[in-house]
Design a protein around this ligand. Structure first.
Ligand code: PLP
Length: 454
């Protein structure tokens, strides 16, 4: 008789490139590299790499050639669009536009807003979500203060939307998971608030999509944006998916071939252009078919692996990191919504008496661990979390803040579907040893960064 299967099978790790890469240590010898900076860019899934390699000999122009390989590449490009739409649970009339990245997707949406649109965005957003909305004279941005709980986020948004004048177009932009704290935002509730007040909502899923299923219809959001390089598909493509109307009515993001259906000289010497009304309208130029196919391959691989198992395993890694860091009183985890708030595998912290750049440099040089330090392109959020004026890191070696004082920068550790337990275990051990014994090497500042003295 077979044993009763568990409700959620813990999956094996998803194989990624680079898992056997070794790096030198300043203290001597080599060690396998522990890539713990997934929130910046995740390694490519082996499956994505294999799919891309299998396609590469058949590479050809997209939407531009009569040859066999051009037709094959065009089919691949368009079937990738369908794969991404299925991954995101797109509604029938949604469009999937391929871009370069989340930043590009949100700038495209900002450029496509109807005249007079008022945009509401929390000041805690990544700069990619924070900054695109103030670049036009005919749209307006309102920045909302940092909420200290998911409920406060919804209340803050409701209050702001209730206070807006007139019934003109409005857009809310919100992140699904913070790139600093990893905390999950109450997307569905925020979408409900937005729609109740006649506003639309775009979800910045750059950090959410690699860790959690994103269903555009179920989340009830109007658009979703994400980047391939954070979704294990680092080939330079991104996605903006959602409502077609504003995109169809807007000027093409770039003017050029592919976006135009018909171009003719006018009698007065100018040109008349008929633009596409499909996603092609905003995809002028030869598209990045390899990047797009890589995203589709990653979507397929994650769906087939199953998010239940991926989330369950990631929770185990998060618990390991949190429990380990909790044993070091000098470490303070950064959080908006409280330490126990649900989150993805992204955690930021400061270490009393340490310069964050120095700490990150020692993790790399002495333990072969790659993390990120700094302000993570979210300066206003860091200002709130650190309760200080974020700045360039201080002189290496000297703590940027004395013990008990406020730090000016932070350290971020992040991981995902390709992270073995050993990487987070090594990270926790390294933090404990560095805090207890100090760095074993000397470091100096070079171009504003800490580097080991050679
Ligand atoms: N949004 C969030 C939450 C992010 O974490 C990032 C990148 O770190 C971005 C947007 C921008 O992504 P990209 O650099 O791929 O455009």
């Amino acid at each position: 008789m077979s044993a009763c299967p568990s409700a959620v099978e813990t999956p094996a790790l998803l194989p990624v490139l680079g898992s056997d890469v070794t790096v030198p240590l300043v203290t001597g010898g080599e060690v396998t590299y522990a890539a713990l900076d997934y929130a910046a860019s995740a390694p490519a899934l082996r499956r994505v790499w294999d799919d891309v390699a299998a396609y590469a000999p058949y590479y050809g122009s997209v939407h531009r050639g009569a040859g066999y390989l051009s037709q094959l590449s065009t089919d691949l490009f368009e079937s990738s669009r369908k794969e991404v739409a299925a991954f995101l649970g797109c509604r029938e009339d949604d469009q999937v536009v391929f871009t370069r990245s989340t930043t590009d997707s949100l700038n495209l949406l900002a450029a496509a807003l109807p005249t007079g649109t008022e945009v509401f965005v929390f000041e805690t957003e990544h700069h990619a979500s924070l900054l695109p909305w103030e670049r036009r004279e005919d749209t307006r941005a309102t920045y909302l203060s940092a909420p200290r709980s998911p409920r406060e986020a919804v209340e803050t948004l409701e209050k702001a939307l209730a206070g807006r004048d007139g019934g003109g177009p409005a857009l809310v932009c919100v992140t699904g998971a913070s790139n600093v704290t990893g905390e999950l935002w109450p997307v569905r509730e925020l979408a409900g608030a937005a729609h109740a007040h006649g506003a639309r909502i775009v979800l910045d899923a750059a950090q959410l999509a690699p860790h959690h299923p994103v269903d555009i219809a179920e989340a009830d959001v109007d658009w979703v944006a994400f980047s391939g390089h954070k979704l294990y598909a680092p080939f330079g493509a991104g996605v903006l998916a959602g409502r077609a109307d504003w995109l169809r009515e807007a000027s093409p993001y770039l003017a050029g071939g592919g976006a135009s259906r018909k171009v003719a000289r006018r009698d007065d010497g100018g040109v008349d252009v008929e633009w596409h009304t499909t996603a092609a309208r905003h995809e002028a130029g030869s598209p990045n078919v390899i990047g797009v196919y890589a995203i589709a391959s990653a979507c397929k691989a994650l769906s087939e692996a199953g998010f239940d198992g991926l989330v369950a395993r990631e929770r185990q890694l998060i618990a390991k990191v949190r429990e380990g860091l909790a044993e070091v009183p000098e470490v303070r985890l950064l959080s908006l919504f409280g330490d126990d708030a649900p989150r993805v595998g992204v955690l930021s912290f400061v270490v009393d008496g340490w310069n964050s750049s120095h700490f990150a440099a020692a993790l790399s040089a002495e333990y072969g661990i790659g993390v990120r330090d700094g302000l993570f392109c979210a300066h206003p959020l860091l200002r709130t979390l650190l309760d200080s004026e974020p700045d360039e890191p201080g002189e290496c070696g000297a703590p940027e803040a004395a013990p008990g004082e406020r730090a000016l920068n932070a350290i971020r550790v992040s991981f995902g579907a390709g992270t073995p337990d050993e990487h987070v275990e090594r990270f926790v051990r390294a933090v404990k040893e560095l805090v207890r014994d100090g760095a074993r090497w000397d470091y100096r500042t070079e171009d504003g960064r800490c580097v080991p003295v050679s």
